[in-house]
Design a protein around this ligand. Structure first.
Ligand code: SF4
Ligand code: SF4
Length: 271
């Protein structure tokens, strides 16, 4: 099988759209059962991390420390989070004899498999989106099984919530401000990582520092982000769009109160 590089996907994949039909069946009776849950690179989106730490009932910092690897993206040098495979056997830490131990909260790539999705770069990336089969020799799922469309697969795998949150993240990631050559400062890199991936730390940052003295967040939204991780992630994306690119998604109190001794501040647009 050819290596699944970005170039190979763009050049060699048979492009599928939402109405393309395909057959697939997975289950414990397949000889390959669970073999796909090892020695695999799974990039976690911010929403994947949110769902997995919820499944495990642990804080985001603990999840990131125990179950994730953080790399830097090649071009922008921003953090990219991967699911950490076991060191001993290269298996996913969540796979057991009866299958995925976090099935209801499994990450986007695990839900989507055997399909992949690509958006060729350009001004209309979302409209150029296509789907393709991830052809792996070990996977017997393509031998028979129910025929359905890509659209039906996406519905069956309950990918709508993932796609909605991913859409907001991708909008941030495709912002024209990234074209500026200067890399993010260490402080802004930490903001980026905290607001997208380390949500429990971000919540403490919002409520335990001068953040709400500097930013004018209405009571309803403050209550929502206090108790709801999805709301907090959306808020974090807005804050990053403001702080990194000056998008008018946050309101500053006018004038911000002076910092007292020992109070924590944070860089914002123009800082
Ligand atoms: S390899 Fe394919 S058929 Fe086998 S368990 Fe994984 S997804 Fe299912
Ligand atoms: S999260 Fe679940 S489905 Fe995904 S690799 Fe791990 S065990 Fe397999």
């Amino acid at each position: 099988m050819p290596e699944l590089t970005e170039q190979a996907i763009l050049n060699d994949s048979v492009r599928m759209d939402l109405d393309t039909r395909f057959c697939f069946r997975c289950g414990p009776d397949r000889a390959c059962f669970n073999r796909c849950c090892g020695d695999v690179t799974i990039v976690l989106s911010p929403y994947d991390v949110l769902r997995l730490k919820k499944a495990l009932k642990i804080e985001s910092s603990e999840f990131l420390e125990k179950y994730a690897l953080t790399m830097r993206s090649r071009e922008r040098q921003v953090p990219v989070v991967l699911l950490r495979m076991n060191e001993s056997d290269r298996r996913c830490p969540f796979v057991g004899e009866s299958g995925c131990g976090v099935y209801g909260h499994r990450p986007w790539p695990c839900r989507m498999y055997p399909l992949g999705m690509a958006e060729p770069k350009g001004p209309n990336a979302a409209t150029n989106r296509f789907y393709f089969m991830v052809e792996e020799e070990l996977c017997q799922g393509r031998r028979g099984g129910k025929e359905r469309t890509v659209r039906e697969w996406i519905e069956d795998q309950q990918l709508e919530a993932y796609d909605q949150m991913q859409g907001q993240f991708l909008e941030l990631m495709s912002h024209a401000g990234w074209d500026a050559p200067a890399p993010l400062s260490p402080e802004k890199l930490d903001m980026y990582f905290m607001a997208l991936y380390d949500l429990d730390r971000f919540r403490r940052f919002v409520f335990n520092t001068r953040f709400l003295e500097i930013f004018n967040v209405d009571e309803e939204r403050a209550a929502a982000i206090a108790g709801d991780d999805e709301e907090l992630l959306e808020f974090g994306i807005d804050w990053l769009a403001f702080s990194l690119f000056g998008e008018k998604r946050m309101k500053l109190r006018n004038p911000p109160p002076p910092a007292g001794p020992g109070t924590e501040t944070w860089p914002h647009a123009g800082a």
